[in-house]
Design a protein around this ligand. Structure first.
Ligand code: GDP
Length: 192
């Protein structure tokens, strides 16, 4: 199993450098059962006993991306209760969003589009990083949504796209690195 920092040039997580100072809030959205908790737990290092802090359904961790440290707090609270308040709050509070569907479940894919529309409505004037995630890519024989369909959907909704498998830990690290890169791209263009 790879470690998070393994493919970056400096692999030590430094607590002192604090290069961009930010703590970014990342919200997981998606239908029940698509793999949100599984992805969050891998990010949080729960599966391999790493140094992450887990408090309820939030996962706090620093990762090195392109040689620079970034701190993310991943919120897996979308389904915590049915309250409209919480869901509205989720739509407002994120610095970035991960919209997850399962490639084995067409309905969850359709739901992902709805969530994207809802998010656009809630954050009309803002350009927030969003990654559409087709999870469960390991379940080849029960696939209902092709890679091309996923990619096309992301183009229509103007967001990034990646397929992952929480079960075999494929592309999970890349997903969270991608989130950090998307956040940085927007930050850098603001500073210019
Ligand atoms: P959530 O409701 O979106 O938080 O989904 P969970 O993370 O609880 O996952 C729902 C079920 O799908 C669990 O039984 C997981 O073990 C399973 N699961 C999650 N991700 C994957 C995956 O990538 N591949 C496979 N085969 N199963 C997965």
């Amino acid at each position: 199993r790879e470690s998070w920092a393994s493919d970056s040039s400096d692999s030590v997580i430094s607590s002192g450098s604090d290069s961009d100072g930010g703590l970014y809030k990342v919200i997981l959205l998606g239908e029940h059962g698509v793999g949100k908790t599984s992805l969050a737990r891998i990010f949080g290092g729960v599966e391999d006993g790493a140094e992450a802090e887990e408090a309820g359904n939030t996962y706090d961790r620093s990762i090195i991306v392109d040689g620079e440290e970034a701190s993310l707090v991943v919120f897996d609270i979308w389904e915590q209760d049915d309250s409209q308040w919480l869901q509205n709050h989720c739509m407002k509070m994120g610095d970035a969003y991960i919209i997850v569907y399962s490639v084995t479940d067409k309905v969850s894919f359709e739901k992902a589009s709805e969530l994207r529309i809802q998010l656009r409505r809630a954050r009309q004037t803002e350009d927030i990083p969003i990654i559409l995630v087709g999870n469960k890519s390991d379940l080849v024989r029960s696939r209902e949504v092709s890679v091309d369909e996923g990619r096309a959907c992301a183009v229509v909704f103007d967001c990034k796209f990646i397929e992952t498998s929480a079960a075999v830990q494929h592309n999970v690290k890349e997903l969270f690195e991608g989130i950090v890169r998307q956040i940085r791209l927007r930050k850098d263009s603001k500073e210019d």
